[in-house]
Write a protein that binds this ligand. Structure first.
Ligand SMILES: *[C@@H]1O[C@H](CO)[C@@H](O)[C@H](O)[C@H]1NC(C)=O
Ligand SMILES: *[C@@H]1O[C@H](CO)[C@@H](O)[C@H](O)[C@H]1NC(C)=O
Ligand SMILES: *[C@@H]1O[C@H](CO)[C@@H](O)[C@H](O)[C@H]1NC(C)=O
Ligand SMILES: *[C@@H]1O[C@H](CO)[C@@H](O)[C@H](O)[C@H]1NC(C)=O
Ligand SMILES: *[C@@H]1O[C@H](CO)[C@@H](O)[C@H](O)[C@H]1NC(C)=O
Ligand SMILES: *[C@@H]1O[C@H](CO)[C@@H](O)[C@H](O)[C@H]1NC(C)=O
Ligand SMILES: *[C@@H]1O[C@H](CO)[C@@H](O)[C@H](O)[C@H]1NC(C)=O
Ligand SMILES: *[C@@H]1O[C@H](CO)[C@@H](O)[C@H](O)[C@H]1NC(C)=O
Length: 546
């Protein structure tokens, strides 16, 4: 844990704004989907199959030729004017606000120069590395938080901006009205040791902040992984108390048994174990944090025992696993591992690793007949795991050393991102594997069966190749039956929408105006009767009726 500077808590700053603090505008999108990452974004966006049938393109915005928006846009209604805005953040560290209705550019700011990342051999992501992870809005204060990658010339080594050792990460906080900084921000995260392994320093140039940010009260969580897997990195979670500005850092590969080298150029030299999730956010049940960890040294370099291990056993070195951590600031222990799951047949070598997908915490109205809470993981190993949220499953804890999960569903392809969930009309989950149709599974709890979810329908067409389709995201209109829509993006076809409840085994597609492709791993973002996506040409497109 690190306390930055003197205890001039941000809450003092915040408190002066309490009187002005606004209520949530119900049609806003202040974060990537929901806190649980179930991908049900509620019934307040005035969207249903009828309104969607009248959709047209309302406006579009173009950006600089090499600028990319991997971070998803967010939607917020300004309390000063009542105007709904779309907030964007790019790989050039440019943040912008647009009028949600007209597309008028309201404010633009380049926060800092982005890192020119030729030396990471990773330019397929973008020419420069700035903001990648989706920001989050602290609604009451109308402030967006996000991680910015930039550099300090000659900071650690000569060579100006380019050497990876001179790149750094900052946590920024900007007012949505002006895009100007909050007092006492930004915070620099660099040069911070991990709480669970002080050897492992945070070096911003060697890591990538990709998963969408998670805000729980005043605690902001971020996941970090590798930058095209180069360097001696180790995955980590950074938590910042926005009021006290205390920083906590937990690394996925800790302790004397974990791999460590101070040769920063060594590929996987730090043991890897990144947190990536194709950009999907860290999930929470309101208290603890859930995510997946990519492959790591422990698996790559050694012969792993196949002996079963319960998930509540403490491990210092985690990889290929679904993970639950907790942070109790008063304990003084920092971020602590609670529970984990690793598939009995994990495959780190064939690339079928588990870190390509995120974790979804389902609405607590959906319990098993034994009253267990449910969480769901998907990934590149072509399976969907239904977990007891309070007993993720450890390693080989099932019958005959199989997976100790509630249900395993075999999928037709690899998944990047996670599932979608529709909590109405009985409850459905959706999964969108590569080279396969979008599939819906109905919630079918039954005290005499372990089949919690049963295939209920598929889309008629298959999605394109792996690694490109987006996360199914669900809306309803005030929860009315029949109003549910599942939205997905595809790199060639753009934005697709389906009725949430399958009919006769088919997910029925709704007609939408043509959008020219979509960003890889994309997700549409919702405002008041409008849908925003980043298309395949890098434009921001607004669809709606008016
Ligand atoms: C609409 O938003 C309100 C609060 O903003 C929330 O309480 C309610 O559950 C939402 N309705 C639906 C159907 O999602
Ligand atoms: C973007 O908007 C402009 C102006 O309204 C329009 O002419 C153009 O066709 C739009 N671009 C796309 C790709 O739809
Ligand atoms: C990037 O590629 C160059 C040329 O192939 C190589 O010399 C260099 O080591 C690579 N850097 C990393 C970090 O992999
Ligand atoms: C990578 O190397 C640097 C020194 O160049 C060191 O500070 C850092 O802790 C190393 N990281 C890991 C994860 O081994
Ligand atoms: C794993 O075990 C096999 C068989 O005992 C052995 O040949 C191989 O060298 C071992 N690999 C490692 C990385 O220890
Ligand atoms: C138990 O697992 C082994 C190895 O995977 C398999 O050969 C065996 O048939 C399984 N036994 C039962 C009862 O499923
Ligand atoms: C549960 O048991 C009942 C009665 O035996 C049977 O009719 C039903 O099909 C079973 N349900 C499942 C999902 O196995
Ligand atoms: C489903 O079947 C019903 C009854 O046969 C029919 O009325 C309805 O049109 C069908 N729906 C679809 C989408 O095929």
């Amino acid at each position: 844990m690190r306390n930055l500077g003197h205890f001039v808590p941000l809450c003092v700053v915040f408190l002066t704004f309490v009187i002005l603090a606004k209520a949530v505008a119900p049609s806003d999108s202040p974060r990537d989907a929901d806190t649980g990452q179930s991908s049900y974004v509620g019934g307040n966006h005035t969207l249903d199959p009828e309104s969607v049938s009248q959709f047209k393109q309302l406006w579009n915005a173009t950006f600089n030729p090499d600028e990319k928006h991997w971070a998803r846009p967010l939607v917020h209604t300004l309390s000063s004017s009542g105007r709904q805005i779309v907030f964007t953040a790019s790989t050039e560290n440019r943040v912008r606000t647009f009028d949600a209705t007209t597309g008028e550019l309201l404010v633009e700011r380049q926060i800092l120069p982005p890192w020119p990342m030729e030396q990471a051999n990773c330019t397929q992501l973008a020419k420069t590395m700035g903001i990648m992870g989706t920001p989050v809005i602290y609604i009451e204060y109308e402030i967006a938080f996000f991680y910015v990658k930039s550099y300090i010339e000659d900071y650690r080594v000569p060579g100006g901006a380019k050497p990876p050792l001179n790149a750094v990460y900052y946590l920024y906080a900007v007012y949505l009205e002006t895009l100007q900084d909050l007092y006492k921000f930004p915070l620099i995260i660099d040069d911070m040791p991990a709480d669970n392994d002080p050897r492992k320093m945070f070096l911003g140039g060697l890591v990538l902040q990709r998963p969408s940010l998670l805000l729980l009260g005043d605690m902001l969580y971020a996941g970090f992984g590798g930058l095209c897997d180069a360097f001696n990195y180790t995955g980590s979670v950074v938590a910042v108390n926005l009021a006290s500005r205390n920083i906590y850092r937990w690394t996925t590969q800790a302790g004397p048994q974990s791999q460590y080298t101070d040769d920063w150029t060594l590929w996987h030299g730090g043991g890897a174990g990144g947190i990536w999730q194709a950009g999907m956010g860290l999930a929470s049940d309101g208290k603890d944090v859930y995510f997946t960890i990519d492959n790591g040294a422990e698996i790559r370099g050694s012969n792993i025992s196949t002996a079963p291990v319960p998930g509540r056993t403490h491990l210092d070195i985690l990889s290929e696993s679904v993970t639950r951590v907790t942070l109790d600031e008063e304990s003084g222990k920092g971020i602590q591992l609670v529970d984990w799951f690793r598939p009995f047949d994990y495959q780190a070598h064939n690339g079928q690793d588990i870190g390509s997908g995120g974790f979804a915490v389902l609405d607590e109205a959906f319990l098993t007949p034994q009253k267990k809470r449910i969480g769901i993981a998907t990934s590149k190993n072509s399976k969907l795991y239904v977990h007891d949220l309070d007993n993720l499953g450890g390693y080989r804890q099932g019958r005959n050393a199989s997976d100790g999960v509630l249900q395993t569903i075999h999928l037709d392809g690899e998944v990047f991102g996670g599932i979608g969930f529709y909590p109405l009309e009985g409850g459905y989950i959706y999964v969108n594997p590569g080279n396969a149709p979008l599939a819906a599974y109905k919630f079918t709890p039954s005290s005499n069966s372990s089949q919690l979810f049963t295939l209920a329908g598929k889309s008629s067409a298959s999605g394109p190749h792996r690694g490109s389709v987006g996360i199914p995201t669900i809306t309803s209109n005030q929860g009315k039956p029949g109003s549910g829509i599942v939205w997905v993006t595809e790199p060639e076809k753009g934005l697709l929408a389906f009725k949430a409840v399958p009919e006769n085994g088919t997910l029925v597609e709704l007609k939408l105006p043509k959008v020219q492709g979509a960003n890889e791993y994309g997700r549409p973002v919702f405002g008041d009767g409008r849908v925003y996506i980043v298309d395949g040409q890098g434009r921001l497109i607004a669809l709606g009726v008016k």
